[in-house]
Write a protein of this length. Structure first.
Length: 474
């Protein structure tokens, strides 16, 4: 892993930029915006993807696989993520050439260029909340520039260039880069301690969020319900703190949440209440929507138009996203990779699955998180899924840790009948198909590459009959 060095100078002018890891949702969004600015763009990723093909169609010079030969002679700036290794040949050559080598957060800072910035941070809900704010602003006839961590469903992109002074971003707290930006309105969705390998302690994590909020020029919007967010609120010294949530003392309150289908709820502010309904399920999305409304209020919009605009949100890719249905079994994907996110995804699924069962395919993400939270993952999965198919750990930037595998999580289940550890993906797909029956939901969970198992699951549902001996959860 390469930790971002935010002290490195950011170039004033960029003519040709090379992106290492260009296929990721965040990096591909940045690359698209660089292209829109008329900058020559090249990049590489370890595997082909629709994002690479889309960038190539826009004029980027993209490569599958990392190789020093990918770094063109005209490149003056190299953009990277923290997920690459220091030995990456393109990274090494860029350093040898003395090029500007900057973290993706610094590339985003360069793009923002002093505009009125809305930064969305938090352990969970960032991508959804950012998407809600962006689509609502567009519905309100604003035209913001934006960079999100995931594709916004109705826009089909994770980034876009607008004509307004407003700029909306998903700000990453995992490595401290959210403190780089000159934020006008800060939204803190929640502060569930994570990434402690970077921050070292919960107190340091809370302090970082307090610094992020206090640095906002206009306002900080923060959850009234989340325990970590309340701890941060106690540390804030900002003159304008706007809270949102179900708490009776929230500045913008959500009430009467109904989850029997697309979530419905009421938003109340300054004695005025407006009913709302979203096309996406889950009580957590009602709370995310209320946070987005609170941001819109701080930007000067009225309550009812703000609520109506947020209702337009149709979701983001890899957030409870339906990929297909075979023999009555619906297969979804969700980016959830923390116990709190997994719980929210499964609770949302439960509200719409009806009499069907939920079969989770979980891919633990990173060895450090799995080692720290395997018991919490097991408890949440056993409580909210009828059966879990456990894959092995997706290590991302980390080296393997002896004994830390998917079996560590499955072994923590109180009832072994509720989980099956299958490191081989084809066997996992076949087993899932044998367990699933008409009316069930299969949902893949994780922010690694677990979504790539979905075609195998759909194919197995076509060929592997349900087993009368493997009715999970019974």
């Amino acid at each position: 892993m390469i930790r971002p060095d935010l002290s490195l100078p950011i170039p004033e002018h960029i003519e040709a930029a090379h992106f290492i890891g260009i296929g990721g949702s965040g990096m591909s969004g940045l690359a698209r915006m660089f292209l829109a600015r008329g900058i020559r763009v090249s990049g590489s990723d370890r595997a082909d993807s629709p994002a690479l093909r889309e960038l190539a169609a826009l004029g980027a010079d993209v490569h599958v696989g990392h190789d020093a030969a990918n770094l063109g002679d005209d490149v003056d700036t190299v953009v990277h993520t923290g997920a690459i290794w220091p030995e990456n040949p393109e990274f090494v050559l860029a350093k040898q050439r003395g090029l500007h080598v900057i973290h993706r957060s610094q590339a985003l800072y360069w793009l923002i260029g002093g505009r009125r910035l809305v930064s969305v941070a938090g352990a969970h809900g960032k991508t959804t909340s950012t998407g809600m704010i962006v689509t609502a602003l567009r519905a309100l006839d604003a035209d913001p520039t934006f960079v999100n961590g995931g594709v916004i469903a109705q826009l089909g992109v994770s980034s876009g260039t607008g004509s307004d002074d407003l700029f909306v971003i998903e700000a990453d707290e995992s490595d401290g880069t959210f403190l780089l930006y000159d934020t006008s309105v800060a939204l803190i969705t929640n502060v569930d301690p994570d990434h402690l390998d970077h921050w070292g302690s919960r107190d340091a994590f809370y302090d970082a969020f307090a610094r992020f909020g206090d640095r906002a020029r206009e306002a900080v919007v923060i959850s009234s319900d989340d325990d970590g967010a309340r701890r941060v609120t106690e540390r804030l010294t900002h003159p304008r703190v706007v809270t949102f949530g179900e708490s009776a003392d929230a500045t913008v309150r959500v009430e009467d949440i109904r989850t029997d289908g697309p979530v419905a709820f009421t938003v109340t502010h300054a004695g005025v209440s407006v009913p709302a309904r979203l096309p996406v399920p889950g009580a957590h999305n009602a709370i995310n929507a209320t946070g987005a409304v609170a941001v819109l209020l701080t930007l000067g919009f009225e309550l009812e138009p703000a609520v109506r605009a947020v209702e337009d949100f149709a979701g983001t890719v890899r957030r409870f996203e339906l990929h297909g249905a075979v023999r009555g079994v619906s297969v979804y994907d969700d980016y959830a990779h923390h116990p709190t996110e997994v719980e929210a995804a499964l609770v949302a699924a439960r509200t719409v699955v009806g009499d069907g069962r939920i079969i989770a395919i979980q891919q633990p993400h990173t060895y450090s998180r799995t080692q720290e939270m395997y018991r919490e993952f097991a408890e949440v999965l056993e409580r909210h899924a009828d059966h879990t198919v456990m894959l092995d750990v997706y290590g991302a930037r980390e080296d393997p840790v002896p004994g830390v595998t998917g079996e560590l999580v499955s072994g923590a289940f109180a009832d072994p009948a509720h989980v099956h550890f299958v490191p081989d993906w084809q066997q996992a797909a076949d087993y899932t198909a044998s367990v699933a029956r008409d009316g069930d939901f299969v949902i893949t969970l994780g922010c690694g590459n677990v979504n790539l198992i979905i075609p195998q699951v759909l194919a197995s549902l076509e060929t592997v009959p349900p087993s009368t001996a493997a009715h999970a959860g019974e």
